[in-house]
Design a protein around this ligand. Structure first.
Ligand SMILES: [Zn+2]
Length: 267
């Protein structure tokens, strides 16, 4: 390249660079109609699986403005606490741990199946193939790679561990979950990436052998449990962003979940 050509090329590159710098990126509002947070806050008040009065979530101050001039805390918690993800490795060996779930599987079309009416009459309700058929009748087939969530209305009980766990005299919990044949169909025929619910588990409360956990794990499908605010998520048309803490070798962990509402999405 001649020196003159090189100089002109440099000038052009600089002009392009400066032009690019001046352009302001589009505001998120121009790309999406809104964002919904499907996450409960992590706190000692969050209902825990065992139902112990003492929370397994521990937090203590490490530095304070008064003593140190800045603020920081030390936290410890089980991997499956509050709004969390179950990595496939939670119930099967040789499958993805939480850090290994490909990011492409964590940003997905969101499907919300509403069973609030049925769950209100039956705390042991399990989302059925009929419920799925109604959703598909209204919205078309569940898209491949989707995250399918059950909106049972159970999150209204979040502030009471007793009501949220809903244990009977023998200690068995009663809250809604998915039916196994529904999940088998979603995994095998619809190739979903993940399953979510606004209760403690995708297997319903009384379950002792967790058939859905075993089935999804060996198929590398993850779960989102204790999901919040599903009443604000559209049944179809949303994009879910699942952002778990990247714990090396983890069976799951705390997760932040957002729904991006597409422009034109009717809520
Ligand atoms: Zn879990």
């Amino acid at each position: 390249m001649k020196f003159k050509t090189f100089t002109i090329a440099c000038a052009c590159a600089l002009t392009l660079f400066l032009f690019a710098q001046r352009r302001t990126p589009p505001a998120p509002q121009q790309l999406f109609a809104g964002v919904v947070d499907l996450t409960h806050s992590i706190s000692e008040k969050a209902p825990n699986w065992e139902g112990t009065a003492e929370s397994p979530y521990k937090v203590k101050p490490l530095a304070s403005f008064e003593k140190d001039g800045y603020f920081t805390r030390y936290i410890s918690l089980p991997e499956h606490f509050a709004t969390h993800i179950d990595a496939p490795a939670h119930f099967a060996q040789g499958v993805w741990t939480v850090d290994q779930i490909p990011p492409q599987r964590l940003v997905a079309p969101l499907v919300v199946i509403d069973v609030r009416g049925k769950a209100a009459n039956n705390p042991d309700y399990q989302v059925s193939l009929d419920d799925l058929a109604v959703w598909e009748h209204d919205n078309g087939q569940v898209p491949p790679g989707a995250v399918v969530m059950a909106r049972t209305g159970w999150s209204a009980r979040w502030n009471s561990m007793k009501e949220y766990r809903n244990a009977d005299d023998k200690g068995a919990m009663h809250f809604p979950g998915f039916a196994l044949d529904t999940v088998k169909f979603l995994v095998q025929a619809r190739k979903i990436a993940g399953l979510g619910i606004d209760t403690l588990s995708v297997d319903y409360g009384p379950s002792k052998d967790y058939p859905i956990h075993h089935f999804t794990a060996k198929n590398n499908v993850y779960h989102l449990e204790n999901v919040a605010n599903l009443d604000q998520a559209p049944e179809a048309g949303g994009i879910v962003v699942v952002a778990p803490a990247k714990l090396e070798g983890g069976s799951g962990g705390p997760v932040r979940i957002f729904v991006l509402l597409k422009l034109g999405t009717v809520n």
